[in-house]
Every structure is written in C-alpha cells, then in structure tokens.
Design a protein around this ligand. Structure first.
Ligand code: C5P
Length: 288
C-alpha cells in the first residue's frame, strides 16, 4: 500500500521575538502562510517494521537527522505501532532556507502515516506530536495561514491572505536557525506589528499586509550575509510592492499583484540567482 502526500513550504509574513525563555527557546509571535512550492512524499508500507528514508537530493539525510524520519519514529514509538514505512522524498523546497522544508516533510509524514497506519488521530493530536519534532511542525500539520505563538506551536487559524504573487529568491548559502537566534540582540530590533498584520489579513487589505511585513531575525541574517540585503534591494528596484526575509533566512520574498510585475521580478532575479520561484499563497488549511 502506498500514499502520496504534498508538503508545502511556508513563508513568514511577520516574525516577532518577544523574549528569551528559561528553556532556551524564544517566545514568538509569527504569522505564517503556506505557498504552492512543495516537496512530494511517497509513503509505502514495508514488509518489516523498519523506517527508511530515500531522496535524490544530496542535502537530505537518510537517517534520524531527517525530520521526516523523526516524525515516523516518534509516532511509531509513542503509539507502539508494529508496522514500518519506506519514505521517498522528492525535494523541491530549498534546504536550510527559512521555508520550513524539513518541518513540512515531518508534518506530511504525520498526516500520511495517520492514514497509512490507520491511526485515527485528529489534526490537533498530530500537531501536538509535531511540536516535539520541531517548532514549525505544528503549523505545517494544519497548513493555510495562522498566527503562531509560544515556541511556534500555539496555532490560531487566520483567513487566506489577499491574493497576490510571492516571488521567492534563495541565495546560495545555508543558514543555521539556532545560530541566528543565538546572535539576536533583542534591545536592537524593530518589532513588527502582528496585530495590524492580522487585521490586514482579516480585512483582505493587500497594502495593509505589505506595510506590516516584518521579521526581527533580519537584524542578524542581513548583517552576517550582505547578499541577502542586496537581493532585497534588487527586488525593490525590480518593482516589488514589499519584500521580507522568511524565517531565519536566507530566502527573501517579494509581493506583487500583477502578472507583468511578477514576470519582471522573476526575470531580473533569474539573471544572477539560481533558485527563484513565483508562487501563490495557499489559502486552504489541511482537513486531515
Ligand atoms: O524547534 P527547532 O528545532 O526547529 O528550532 C531550531 C532552533 O531554533 C532551536 O534549537 C533554537 O535554537 C531556535 N529556536 C528558538 N526559539 C524558538 C524556535 C527555535 O530559539 N521559538
């Protein structure tokens, strides 16, 4: 028996850090949305009880360092499942990019195995298990658009954002999320207005959304990697309505409404950046 599951990337429309917690994590307020750039996972029942992971991407580990593997292992151990699974990942989302590719693969495994192994868990139960695997996994279990608080695992759903193009560009560097958080100087940042962003989304106000994009982690990544800052500047020059870095970076995205502007941005960036994608936000949450 086999199952195909899609694992979409996410972007942060805003990312605010409120304070550092006693457990070492940071207390966050983020507004995230899924976009139609997705990994594709095939889950196949094995004859034995092993968990195996394959991918053609040399950036994807095939052992317990892989979040998809971890997700299967946590589910199997927690519920005492005597079955195995062969996970094959078609990697389309750039790795270590601020797009939650690994977290989304893990969430897809949780949703997929819930069906393949016949577990009958709710999305809320899967999201709770997901929080143990990584801070963005709970959001990825639901998909769509949401306000995420706490470590990132307290999720409040939001309506679909105003319709527009998202042009993503990833410079050829990988960023360690842990290092970015370690180097964050909270007294030195401009905090985004999460409330105003939520209102803009609720009122379907495109320019309100553009005005309120904000990510405190830019203060670290843009300083360490000047190429990220220069892609942001180029995007503005190519006609973006608004630009922001996603997550801890280095991927940067631009918002535009019209096809012609999207094309201009895409072509301009493709001139010197290998990984450029023009995508739409996915309004819909996962149902199961
Ligand atoms: O939870 P996850 O493993 O995805 O987080 C990666 C790293 O990012 C953590 O080890 C931590 O250093 C940092 N982080 C944080 N506060 C959060 C989420 C992540 O400090 N809320």
């Amino acid at each position: 028996m086999k199952l195909l599951v899609k694992a979409p990337a996410k972007i942060n429309l805003s990312l605010d850090v409120l304070h550092k917690r006693d457990d070492g994590y940071h207390e966050l307020e983020m507004i995230m949305t899924t976009v139609d750039l997705a990994d594709r996972l095939e889950l196949a029942l094995r004859n034995d009880d092993r968990i195996t992971v394959y991918s053609q991407s040399r950036f994807v580990p095939d052992d317990e360092r892989n979040l998809a593997y971890k997700a299967a292992k946590v589910l199997k151990d927690r519920l005492g499942i005597p079955k195995g699974v062969e996970i094959t990942i078609e990697k389309n989302i750039p790795v270590a990019a601020g797009l939650a590719g690994g977290s989304s693969d893990a969430a897809a495994v949780l949703r997929g195995l819930n069906k393949l192994w016949g577990l009958g868990l709710t999305l809320d139960q899967l999201a709770t298990i997901g929080a143990e695997i990584g801070s963005d996994v709970s959001f990825c279990v639901y998909g769509g658009t949401a306000l995420a608080k706490g470590r990132g695992e307290i999720i409040t759903p939001l309506p679909a954002p105003p319709n527009c193009w998202v042009v993503l560009a990833k410079p050829p560097i990988g960023v360690s999320t842990a290092e970015v958080y370690e180097n964050l100087q909270l007294h030195n940042v401009v905090h985004p207005n999460s409330k105003a962003m939520v209102e803009a989304i609720e009122q379907n106000d495109y320019f309100g959304m553009c005005q309120n994009l904000g990510n405190v982690l830019e203060s670290v990544t843009l300083n360490h990697y000047p190429e990220v800052k220069s892609i942001k500047n180029d995007m503005k020059r190519f006609g973006a309505d608004a630009v922001l870095m996603s997550g801890s970076g280095p991927t940067v995205f631009a918002l535009v409404q019209h096809d012609s502007r999207m094309q201009r941005l895409y072509n301009g960036l493709r001139g010197y950046c290998n990984q450029v994608y023009a995508v739409r936000m996915l309004g819909k949450r996962n149902e199961q």
